[in-house]
Design a protein around this ligand. Structure first.
Ligand SMILES: Cc1ncc(COP(=O)(O)O)c(C=O)c1O
Length: 294
C-alpha cells in the first residue's frame, strides 16, 4: 500500500547495492496481511518500511506491533508518516520505529522540506550522505571531520525559509488541537458515509477500511460505470476538488485491479456542508451516466 516515495528509493538500492525488495500483501479490507508479513520476516530482512497511514486507503497501520516483530528479527524500521502527522499526534517513542519521515506540504507547510526523525544512537553510527559546508567540524587538505547529528546530515546552506514556514505550520496545527482536528475529520467522514448509503446503494464504493472505523479521512472512491477522471472533471466544474489518478501508488492500483481511483481528502478547511455538496454533485454525475442513452 506504499506511496512511490517509499518504493523507489529501495528499488534504487536494489540497483546500487543489490538488496532484495519484497512486499507485504494487503487484505480485501485494505489492511496489511500480517500472515504475509510473518512469512517475509522469516527471511530475516534488514529493514522493514511502511507507511503509517495510507494515502489511498486511509488505513492506519499498527506500526508498534509491526516494529516489535521486526526488531525481534533484528530489522530496522523506517516509517513514512507523511499522511499521519497531518491528522494525529504522532509520538515517535510510542510508534517504536527507528526512522520516521514526513513532508512539510502535507502539514500546511511549504514544499521541498520535511522532517526525518531518527533514533539518536542510530544517527550517530550513520555516515554523512552528502558533503559540504555546515555539516563539518574541521576541514583540512588531508581530510575532514563531521558534526554530531543532526548537523552532520544537513550539508550546505539550509532551506531556512522552508524551515521557518514549516515551524509556523506545525505551531498552527498544534494550536488547532489534535483532538478537535480529529473530531472534525470523523464528523466529515461519517457524514460522507451516511449520505453515500442513502443516495447510492452500493454503486458508490469507498476503498480501504470501513468509514467510521479507526482510519483517516482519506476517502478514495469509485462510482459504478464512471471513470475517476470523468468524476474529477465533472466535480471540478462544480468547484469541488478531488484528485483522480494512481495517487503515486501504482502497485496498489494493480493490487486493487483498477487503473485509477478518485479521492477526496477532507481536512480542517472543509465543512460538513461541503461534504453535502460533494455528495449532491456525485448524485448528479451518477444520474447522468445512468441515463439510457449513455
Ligand atoms: C504517504 C505519502 N508518502 C510520501 C509522500 C511524498 O512526499 P514528498 O513528495 O514530500 O516526498 C506522500 C505525498 O505526496 C504521501 O502521501
Amino acid at each position: 500500500m506504499e506511496h512511490h516515495s517509499n518504493i523507489v528509493p529501495w528499488q534504487l538500492l536494489r540497483e546500487s547495492l543489490g538488496v532484495e525488495v519484497d512486499f507485504v500483501d494487503i487484505t480485501e479490507g485494505g489492511e496489511l496481511r500480517l500472515s504475509d508479513y510473518d512469512r517475509l520476516l522469516a527471511l530475516r530482512p534488514k529493514v522493514v518500511t511502511l507507511t503509517h497511514v495510507s494515502n489511498v486507503l486511509g488505513t492506519v497501520n499498527p506500526v508498534r506491533e509491526i516494529a516489535e516483530r521486526a526488531h525481534a528479527v533484528g530489522a530496522l524500521v523506517v516509517v513514512d508518516a507523511a499522511q499521519s502527522v497531518p491528522h494525529r499526534r504522532v509520538d515517535v517513542g510510542a510508534l517504536g520505529a527507528d526512522l520516521i519521515a514526513f513532508s512539510g506540504h502535507k502539514v500546511l507547510g511549504p514544499t521541498g522540506i520535511g522532517v526525518l526523525w531518527g533514533r539518536y544512537d542510530l544517527l550517530e553510527r550513520m555516515p554523512p550522505w552528502m558533503g559540504g559546508g555546515e555539516m563539518i567540524s574541521q576541514v583540512h587538505q588531508t581530510g575532514s571531520t563531521f558534526k554530531e547529528p543532526p548537523a552532520r546530515f544537513e550539508a550546505g546552506t539550509p532551506n531556512i525559509a522552508g524551515a521557518v514556514g514549516l515551524g509556523a505550520a506545525l505551531t498552527y496545527l498544534e494550536a488547532v488541537g489534535w483532538e478537535d482536528l480529529h473530531a472534525h475529520e470523523v464528523a466529515l467522514s461519517r457524514r460522507a458515509l451516511k449520505l453515500a448509503s442513502e443516495k447510492f446503494d452500493d454503486r458508490l464504493h469507498f476503498f480501504g477500511p470501513p468509514l467510521g472505523s479507526e482510519r483517516e479521512a482519506v476517502l478514495s472512491f469509485s462510482l459504478a460505470g464512471v471513470h475517476p477522471h470523468d468524476i474529477a472533471s465533472l466535480l471540478d466544474a462544480e468547484g469541488i476538488a478531488v484528485r483522480a489518478g494512481h495517487h503515486c501508488a501504482q502497485p496498489l492500483m494493480e493490487r486493487l485491479g483498477v487503473p485509477a481511483v478518485a479521492r477526496a481528502s477532507p481536512y480542517l478547511y472543509n465543512s460538513v456542508d461541503e461534504i453535502d455538496r460533494w455528495m449532491d454533485a456525485l448524485e448528479r454525475i451518477d444520474r447522468l451516466f445512468r441515463r439510457p442513452s449513455h
